[in-house]
Design a protein around this ligand. Structure first.
Ligand SMILES: NC(=O)c1ccc[n+]([C@@H]2O[C@H](COP(=O)([O-])OP(=O)(O)OC[C@H]3O[C@@H](n4cnc5c(N)ncnc54)[C@H](O)[C@@H]3O)[C@@H](O)[C@H]2O)c1
Ligand SMILES: O=C(O)[C@H](O)COP(=O)(O)O
Length: 528
């Protein structure tokens, strides 16, 4: 991928020192500034190519608006809910996380909270520190034979399940995506939430926070649970509705809660924290030396690999980019961009295209329609000074303008892999098709004119449509010479009807295309 030079990185939180060291060892300048407020971040972010955060830095749309030419937001951890991913995508900024670095630590804290809830350990500790020796007050209950409901059977949910099974807990769960046979293979029986609620002695949640999981445990679901059910939230504040939890604790419907995360962090309202049956931590799930070392190392190595063009790992908003890290795909991306630029230059209607159709042909492009479409729009969309359009935001920007986009693959028995781009505005249709030959993107056809020799799409190119005539070339070359423009190469197409398209490789672009030649009916120029 081009334009991915990351020279300066801002780390805005306490991230393991190995992150800074790996980046610096790879020639990247690193600035560490913890505890910046929003205004400070907004003022400084424009000076950096990448920002590395944990969960405390709120990278909201207004911060991103000030991001200058920021190219990447790296999350040394799992949740990216502190980053406005949509705003970052529109701005062409990659958002990347390290989803497995802290899985074990979050799972272990969850298990610790379940165990602490079963034996009132934190309350007993506090009581002893206050000078008491109260053996009756802290009567517990064994985990042996009890049922643990796990909502969200992803990385952490799975690790929690296998650990709690060693206490002979029965593990049941719910996840709309993890297949039941997969969770069954690690001992979790899946069922609907309606079936799950009444069976659980303990419930733990391990989903992202999103509309479908916000308030998953609420007044209605607590009412369906066993009286005295104990709950744990080491995922995100708000998955268990905090007000409903307090009501359930007060009524005894909920027998205890272990909370690592809160809707507001740190929480201003202390009502839950002060409840005697609540044990809590200040978002410590990932706070182990091992998890921090893994996340710090992972995010630094992912950034370095991306800069070196080796791989794109962990990008949450730029899946299309991940498939572009091979030398072969690079050339196809260049082709897509050049075809997009060519049709942008051909459009003299002064109105943007309202329909664009991208078709790939040939076996080797079977799975390439997505990234080729993004590449086409990088070339086709108007250029903006900051970050774009690029492969992260081009399709989003195009969709926003209301262009109807069709992507497809036609298998046929095509010997040659080609990309065909067709764009229309107010009934005028422009079409270009190209391929990659010996690692060079080339144009095969423009608006019905098939070039006798494929035209290499690189450098300054002048295209024009005219009727074949002996006067045409002298007239055009004369105009070019008058404008001090030299010719590198010339390509003609096979005649189709009266007019045909020609292409001239030139040393520089013309200032004014209208002076080209009275014989030229249409012209376009670009730098590919
Ligand atoms: N407390 C901490 O410090 C800490 C540390 C790491 C991760 N986390 C958080 O833990 C959560 C889980 O992390 P993970 O790495 O296991 O994520 P994951 O993506 O591996 O797993 C999440 C699972 O939730 C499932 N899911 C989605 N919607 C659901 C729904 N409506 N009902 C039930 N399941 C649903 C998904 O299918 C997926 O299997 C995330 O919110 C993450 O941010 C917190
Ligand atoms: O999503 C995560 O990775 C955890 O919530 C950890 O967040 P932290 O890196 O701020 O501790």
């Amino acid at each position: 991928m081009r334009n991915m030079a990351i020279k300066r990185v801002l780390i805005s939180e306490s991230v393991d020192p190995c992150c800074k060291k790996i980046l610096q060892d790879n020639g990247i300048e690193v600035t560490e500034k913890s505890n910046m407020n929003k205004d400070e971040l907004k003022a400084q972010i424009k000076d950096f190519d990448a920002l590395v955060v944990r969960s405390a830095t709120k990278v909201s749309a207004d911060v991103i608006e000030n991001a200058g030419s920021l190219k990447l937001i790296g999350r040394a951890g799992t949740g990216v809910d502190n980053v406005d991913v949509e705003a970052a995508t529109k701005k062409g900024i990659i958002v990347m996380n390290t989803p497995s670095g802290n899985t074990i630590s979050a799972a272990e804290l969850t298990c610790a909270l379940v165990m602490s809830l079963s034996r009132n350990i934190p309350q007993a500790v506090m009581s002893m520190k206050a000078g008491n020796w109260d053996r009756k007050k802290f009567m517990g209950a064994e985990l042996y034979g009890k049922t643990l409901g796990i909502i969200g059977l992803g990385r952490i949910g799975k690790e929690v399940a296998t650990r709690m099974q060693s206490f002979a807990m029965r593990t049941i769960g719910y996840d709309p995506i993890t297949p039941p046979e997969v969770s069954k293979s690690w001992g979790v029986e899946q069922m609907s939430l309606e079936e799950l609620w009444p069976q659980c002695d303990y419930i733990t949640v391990h989903t992202p926070l999103m509309p479908s999981t916000t308030g998953l445990l609420n007044d209605a679901s607590f009412a369906k649970c066993k009286r005295g059910v104990k709950v744990v939230n080491c995922a995100r504040g708000g998955i268990i509705d905090e007000a409903a939890l307090l009501r359930a604790l007060e009524s005894g419907q909920c027998g205890g809660a272990g909370l690592d995360v809160f809707v507001e962090e740190p929480p201003k309202d202390q009502a839950l924290i002060n409840h005697p049956n609540v044990i809590s931590c200040p978002h410590l799930g990932a706070s182990t030396k091992e998890a921090q070392a893994r996340c710090g190392q992972d995010i630094a190595l992912q950034i370095v690999d991306m800069v070196k063009g080796k791989a794109l790992v962990g990008a949450v908003n730029a899946q299309v980019l991940a498939s572009t890290f091979t030398p072969e795909s690079q050339q196809w991306i260049r082709l897509g961009e050049a075809l997009g630029k060519l049709l942008k230059a051909c459009n003299t209607t002064k109105q943007p295209y309202n329909q664009v159709h991208i078709t790939t042909q040939g076996e080797c492009l079977k799975k390439s329609a997505e990234f080729l479409s993004s590449a086409v729009f990088v070339g086709l969309m108007p250029e903006s000074s900051e970050n774009g359009p690029n492969l992260v935001n081009a399709l989003t920007l195009a969709e926003e303008t209301g262009i109807t986009i069709k992507k497809g693959h036609s298998d046929g028995n095509q010997a040659k892999a080609t990309c065909v781009l067709e764009a229309s505005v107010n009934g005028s249709v422009y079409k270009a098709s190209g391929t990659v030959q010996t690692a060079v993107p080339v144009l095969l056809e423009l608006n019905g004119s098939v070039f006798r020799q494929p035209v290499p799409l690189s450098g300054n190119l002048l295209f024009f449509r005219a009727a074949a005539s002996p006067q045409l070339l002298p007239s055009v070359t004369g105009e070019l010479a008058a404008a001090d423009v030299e010719i590198d190469h010339f390509s003609a197409s096979s005649a189709s009807g009266d007019d045909q398209w020609y292409c001239v490789g030139v040393t520089s672009l013309l200032k004014d295309l209208s002076t080209l030649s009275p014989l030229v009916k249409e012209a376009a120029q670009l730098t590919a």
